[in-house]
Ligand binder design. Sequence first.
Ligand SMILES: [Zn+2]
Length: 66
Amino acid sequence: MPGRSLSLRKRHSNKKKCPCDCGNRVGKCNFRYKLEKIKTVAKRKWFRKQHEIFKKELKRIQANKK
Ligand SMILES: [Zn+2]
């Protein structure tokens, strides 16, 4: 039944409690906007880290060539 699984998924997401101790669900609190910001920052940091690793690896490879 497609309608049943949809309602189940909706109910599950509504049940998620907000991590900021407001007692509300995430969907009812402004914290979800902060959460989204945190996620984007984390992604940017992750990409920067990957870039550093890549640069180091590139240097290592070039050093091995000599
Ligand atoms: Zn909250």
